[in-house]
Design a protein around this ligand. Structure first.
Ligand code: ZN
Length: 314
C-alpha cells in the first residue's frame, strides 16, 4: 500500500464544549461563523481536489423543523459528576441556541459529493466519562444513526468525542467499519507536551494499526496548529517543516499520516486556514511527486478490509 494521507474534521459547534460554561458564554461560536468556516474549508479542499471526512455530532445537524421533536429526546446525561446537558439547558431556557445547531453545514458538505460524512456522537458525550453507561452509549449511537438515516447517510467511521476511545466493541453493532484512534503521543505530556510536539520537525507518520473488536483502527494523525493562544508562538515555517517531515515519511515509507481540526477553530483562529493550506500544498506536492494518496476514513477502512481478505501470493 502506498503512503496515505487522511483529512478529518470534528464537526460539533457548541456540543464539543458543552461542559465548558466560560467558552459557551463567550459566544464565539455562531451559526453564521460556522457556515463561513465550512464554506472556507470546502473551497480549500476543492482547490486541492482532496476528499475529507467530516465527522458530525448528529444533534448539531438537526433542522429547525426537527428540533421540537428531538429536544424532548435529548435528555440529561451524567458525565464526570455533572449533567452534560447543563449548558444546553441554560441556552434552551434563554431561547438562544445559536451555535448548537447548523444543519446547513451538513448540507454544504453533502452537496460536494467527494467527502465522507462520519459520526462524532449524538451530543459529544465522552464515552469514557465517569457515569456514562453502556445504555447511554447505545442511545448516543442509535439516535446518531437515526438522524443520519433520515438524511440518507450510511455512517461508516466514528471519531470519539474528545478523542477518548471507549467501548469500540459497540460500534460494529451499529454498522461502523472503523474509528479514528488517538495518536499515541496525543496528550501524553499534557498541554505543554502537545505544544512542544508541534515544534518537532522530525515527527514521523504512523504505521498501520491492528484492528480492535473487528474494526479498523485508523491512525489518529495530528491536530493542526490552531492559531490561538500559545500555539500562535509556533512560527509558520516551523509548522511547515514539521508537516513536511510527517508527509515525506508517509510517502517514502508507505506509512499513514493525517491532519484534523474543528471547523470552528477557524472562527477564533482564522489564520488556522493558512496553516491548513500549507499542509495541503505539501500533500499535493507529494501526491504529484511520490504517489501519496489522499483517502477518506471510509476508503481507508475499505482498503484495509480488502488487504486482510486477500491472500498473500509470493
Ligand atoms: Zn469533538
Amino acid at each position: 500500500m502506498a503512503g496515505l494521507f487522511l483529512i478529518s474534521f470534528d464537526c460539533e459547534g457548541n456540543w464539543g464544549i458543552a461542559d465548558r460554561r466560560d467558552r459557551i458564554e463567550s459566544r464565539f461560536i455562531t451559526r453564521h461563523g460556522l457556515s463561513q468556516a465550512y464554506l472556507a474549508l470546502l473551497k480549500l479542499l476543492d482547490v486541492y481536489d482532496m476528499p475529507a471526512t467530516f465527522a458530525f455530532v448528529m444533534a448539531f445537524v438537526l433542522r429547525d423543523s426537527e428540533r421540537a421533536e428531538w429536544q424532548t429526546r435529548l435528555t440529561d446525561v451524567t458525565c464526570d459528576g455533572r449533567n452534560w446537558m447543563e449548558n444546553f439547558r441554560r441556552a434552551e431556557s434563554r431561547c438562544d441556541l445559536d451555535g448548537w445547531f447548523c444543519p446547513e453545514a451538513l448540507d454544504m458538505v453533502m452537496a460536494d459529493r467527494r467527502h465522507e460524512i462520519g459520526c462524532h456522537g449524538l451530543r459529544h458525550v465522552p464515552f469514557t466519562g465517569e457515569g456514562v453507561t453502556e445504555d447511554v452509549i447505545r442511545i448516543e449511537l442509535a439516535c446518531a444513526s437515526e438522524i443520519a438515516s433520515s438524511r440518507g447517510i450510511d455512517l461508516r467511521t466514528f471519531v470519539f468525542p474528545r478523542n477518548e476511545v471507549g467501548r469500540p466493541d459497540l460500534l460494529a453493532e451499529y454498522g461502523y467499519r472503523g474509528f479514528r484512534n488517538a495518536h499515541p503521543r496525543l496528550g501524553r505530556l499534557g498541554r505543554i507536551g502537545n505544544l512542544l510536539r508541534e515544534c518537532d520537525v522530525w515527527e514521523r507518520a504512523q504505521p498501520e494499526e491492528t484492528s480492535v473488536s473487528g474494526l479498523v483502527s485508523i491512525p489518529g494523525g495530528c491536530f493542526i496548529n490552531w492559531q490561538k493562544g500559545a500555539r500562535r508562538l509556533v512560527p509558520r515555517s516551523l509548522c511547515r517543516a514539521r508537516w513536511k517531515s510527517i508527509i515525506a515519511d508517509a510517502a517514502d515509507n508507505d506509512r499513514v499520516a493525517g491532519v484534523f481540526l474543528h471547523p470552528h477553530n477557524l472562527i477564533d483562529g482564522p489564520e488556522t486556514l493558512l496553516f491548513l493550506e500549507d499542509v495541503l500544498a505539501l500533500v499535493a506536492e507529494y501526491r504529484e511527486k511520490r504517489g501519496l494518496r489522499v483517502v477518506t476514513q471510509a476508503e481507508y477502512c475499505a482498503e484495509r478490509a480488502i488487504a486482510h481478505c486477500t491472500p498473500a501470493f509470493n
